[in-house]
Design a protein around this ligand. Structure first.
Ligand SMILES: NC(=O)c1ccc[n+]([C@@H]2O[C@H](COP(=O)([O-])OP(=O)(O)OC[C@H]3O[C@@H](n4cnc5c(N)ncnc54)[C@H](O)[C@@H]3O)[C@@H](O)[C@H]2O)c1
Length: 308
């Protein structure tokens, strides 16, 4: 199959591209910037440009739509641009998929949609949440994009699937995220800044495992479905900081600082549906995935004196 990946030059998209190629699909990357490998088709296209996207998606059998403003700090700084890219870009991608009769459409969403969930227990795909609850504008953009997918599914019969990602990590991750930040500071001998008391945990998900879920979600039974794709193991930020110190051989101190407002509080999420229906579960444990990631970050760290 010929599969398009918008945002295929980004962190997650590049691993989705690798996973699709590995099982024998042909891939076309649709992005503003060049992909990380040369054995793919490439269309330099802005997903906000509906005519250009319509043209660039001709002939595709499947479209994975990952292009977005994914950095929540960037969304806070410029919410209008983020909404235009994340919501406007999604409707352009859906419209292109519909008009080009693309057989499957996948949206990259997030488990942050559960941040406003009331009550205890792990969130599952049908857990209700309120539109008036406080959440990040980034999350609102993803919820709006999900709703658009269902509109195109129900109104026009477009075969859509929504994938709600947990917190992925791995090679090529963005430098501003917590793991690269810790590694950078550890290598520079600077203190690792831990918000709050560090006991808050995250289910980090190795990006290779997340990418593999995209291949499995090509199964016809995923049409019209939403899947949580979260990490298996809760890891506290303190454990992460200590592991980074160990893996880098750093003597950096761990320093506790006040929590930032708007951080995702980490509602427990169940990925049982993906396990049951797609046969997906994470295979790379945190210690292994972190060691791979730290090694990659060290190999790709800028020369001393230059900050990324
Ligand atoms: N990284 C995470 O923690 C995380 C978690 C949940 C969901 N997601 C979602 O997964 C997707 C990929 O995230 P990522 O972490 O790989 O982000 P990323 O920033 O590494 O990649 C995004 C890619 O989209 C491209 N892009 C952005 N705007 C574009 C536009 N207007 N036209 C064409 N291309 C454009 C960028 O050039 C980049 O290559 C996003 O939709 C993001 O919201 C990410």
């Amino acid at each position: 199959m010929l599969i398009g990946v918008t945002g295929g030059a980004g962190f997650i998209g590049s691993h989705v591209v690798d996973a699709l190629l590995e099982v024998g699909h042909r891939v076309r990357v649709l992005d503003l910037r060049l992909p990380h490998r040369e054995d793919v088709e490439f269309q330099q296209v802005d997903v906000r440009d509906r005519e250009a996207l319509l043209e660039a998606t001709r002939g595709l059998n499947v479209l994975f739509h990952l292009a977005a403003v994914a950095d929540v700090e960037e969304v806070s700084r410029d919410p209008i641009s983020a909404m235009v890219a994340n919501v406007g870009g999604t409707v352009c991608a859906l419209e292109a998929a519909l008009r080009n009769e693309i057989g499957r459409f996948f949206l990259a969403s997030t488990v942050w949609v559960y941040s406003s969930l009331a009550g205890e227990g792990p969130a599952h795909e049908e857990s209700p949440f309120s539109v008036s609850a406080p959440r990040h504008i980034y999350t609102t953009s993803k919820l709006a994009a999900e709703m658009l997918c269902h509109d195109y599914g129900h109104r026009y019969g477009l075969p859509v699937t929504v994938l709600r990602y947990g917190i992925p990590y791995g090679p090529r991750m963005r430098p501003a995220l917590v793991i690269p930040t810790f590694v950078r500071r550890a290598l520079a001998g600077e203190p690792l800044l831990v918000a709050g008391d560090g006991t808050q945990s995250r289910r980090f998900l190795y990006v290779g495992d997340l990418a593999r879920a995209h291949v499995l979600a090509l199964a016809p039974r995923a049409i019209g479905q939403t899947y949580n794709l979260d990490g298996a193991e809760p890891v506290t930020i303190l454990r992460l900081a200590e592991a980074v110190r160990r893996l880098t051989g750093s003597c950096s101190a761990i320093q506790f600082v006040p929590e930032r407002g708007g951080d995702y509080r980490g509602h427990e999420t169940s990925s049982d549906k993906a396990r049951r229906e797609l046969g997906w579960e994470p295979q790379v444990d945190f210690d292994t995935g972190l060691a791979i990631t730290v090694r990659w970050l060290i190999e790709h760290s800028p020369p001393p004196g230059r900050r990324p």
